[in-house]
Design a protein around this ligand. Structure first.
Ligand code: NDP
Length: 449
């Protein structure tokens, strides 16, 4: 990972040195800094005032012990994190990830991405991220509850509706948000709905929050397709993962006339040429919390499962990586291009490796980076905060209309910024530059703090 810009290269080298071993964080830094050369050309004062270095340094990093007792009576110890990255635009905002792969470096990469993503929504939210190296797989509901309660017993002192507002991410859905909200309420003796988003509808949640990231990604991809006079109708769609983002991306893609033919989990890939039956998939994943392989036996009629298969070898027009970081490599990107893919939208955070992104750009494939494409989740979280603040609850239609308008605006902001900086069609540069400019302007106005 090298940078050629003579002002930015030494900044990046210093960042790598100061954050040793945090390779995903380096990757995210590199991707953003690679887009900023032209910005510094136009705004040399931003470099002179140290704004680049400041935006790359989290405001606060919290790490803590999470002790809990499992069903066998054994004490378990996990590590909890919350990285409060940037609050120039509003309270820190971003999800919590519970997965054994979570480290400080992972949380920093996610928090850094979140700063730009949140800025792109145009809403008053800063960026942060958190989580723990807890593996919920195979754990009973009571174990998950005890873990969430212990996690919140430390986290509560750092968060608040005007301070830091966490949400879900991998391994954290409505159930976990419920356990954490319950513990927060108990410790603080406050019904502070706006402290967490992704809540259930009967206790302060927003309609469309569950669907928002996946739906939003498909709205964004639809706008990219429109720019070339195309749409979803009749297109073959492949979505990796089968979690929250993946399921609702598939649902909206199908609603727009696409045919979703494959999805996956970390065990393997299911293929269904008849189009994935989403009600069945939701029953398996959301209700039974089962593995994707179960789909084949229950669906019958030609669906099949390939253990450890590579989903990107499937022929498709539209690919939506919606599982995890660096899941789509240069090799995978070449396979997709060879098979005729026309658009790729990142539902997950940084799912495409830098090489894969280069392959797509070189082949002139429409490519939507995660910080723009998957911003619908956090945007709807901000709508949830609005509803909590006004003690209001909007209809599904009103909330989805707002989401759609936000995604169209994000698309247009990325496209017009790319045009303005002489890089038409480059949504990566457009997203990085537009996000950076909004945060940098606010940071500049707030002084050196
Ligand atoms: P979920 O936990 O609901 O689902 C994650 C899915 O990805 C599961 O199918 C999981 O399979 C698969 N997966 C996770 N890790 C791996 C891995 N290492 N290898 C292969 N498959 C894996 O998470 P979400 O849907 O919420 O999140 C998915 C992505 O979207 C993440 O990158 C997240 O940061 C991003 N995102 C989520 C938002 C949200 O609102 N939820 C908002 C914006 C971005 P398995 O069960 O086998 O692990």
């Amino acid at each position: 990972m090298t940078l050629t810009d003579e002002k930015l290269a030494p900044i990046f080298a210093d960042l790598v040195n100061r954050n040793q071993g945090e390779v995903e964080f380096h990757q995210a830094l590199n991707e953003v800094l690679s887009s900023l050369g032209r910005v510094i050309g136009k705004h040399p004062d931003y470099a002179e005032k140290g704004l680049i270095e400041r935006i790359c340094e989290p405001e606060r990093q919290i790490m803590f012990r999470v002790p809990w007792v499992d069903d066998a009576g054994q004490v378990q110890i996990n590590r909890g994190f919350r990285v409060e990255f940037n609050s120039a635009l509003g309270p820190f905002k971003g999800g919590l990830r519970f997965h054994p792969s979570v480290t400080l470096g992972i949380v920093k990469f996610l928090g850094f991405e979140q700063v730009f993503k949140n800025a792109l929504t145009g809403m008053p939210i800063g960026g942060g991220k958190g989580g723990a190296d807890f593996d919920p797989k195979g754990r009973s509901e009571m174990e998950v509850m005890r873990f969430c309660q212990s996690y919140m017993t430390e986290l509560y002192r750092h968060i608040g509706e005007y301070t830091d507002v966490p949400a879900g991410d991998i391994g954290v859905g409505q159930r976990e948000i419920g356990f954490m909200f319950g513990q927060y309420k108990r410790i603080t003796n406050r019904y502070e709905s706006g402290v967490l988003t992704g809540k259930g509808l009967t206790w302060g949640g927003s309609r469309v929050r569950k669907e928002a990231t996946g739906y939003g990604a498909v709205y964004f991809i639809r706008e990219m397709l429109k720019s070339r006079g195309e749409d979803f109708a009749g297109k073959r769609v492949v979505v990796s993962g089968s979690g929250n983002v993946a399921i609702y991306a598939m649902e909206k893609a199908a609603e727009f006339g696409g045919k979703v033919v494959a999805c996956s989990d970390s065990d393997g890939v299911i293929y269904d040429e008849g189009g994935i039956d989403l009600e069945l998939l939701k029953e398996i994943k959301e209700v039974r919390r089962g593995r994707v392989e179960k789909y084949v036996a229950l669906r019958g009629n030609g669906a099949h499962f390939v253990k450890n298969g590579c989903i990107w070898d499937a022929e498709c027009d539209i690919a939506i990586p919606a599982a995890t970081q660096n899941e789509l490599t240069g090799r995978d990107a070449r396979a997709l291009v060879k098979n005729g893919v026309v658009a790729v939208g990142e539902g997950a955070n940084m799912p495409c490796t830098p090489e894969a992104v280069r392959v797509f750009m070189d082949a002139n494939i429409l490519f939507g980076p995660g910080k723009a494409t998957n911003a619908g989740g956090v945007a709807t979280s901000a709508l949830e905060m609005q509803q909590n603040a006004s003690r209001d609850s909007w209809t599904f239609e009103k909330t989805e209309d707002r989401l759609a308008a936000i995604m169209i605006a994000i698309h247009d902001r990325c496209a017009s910024t790319a045009d303005e900086y002489g890089l038409p069609g480059n949504y990566v540069a457009g997203a990085n530059i537009a996000g950076f400019l909004r945060v940098a302007e606010a940071m500049d106005a707030l002084g050196v703090v």
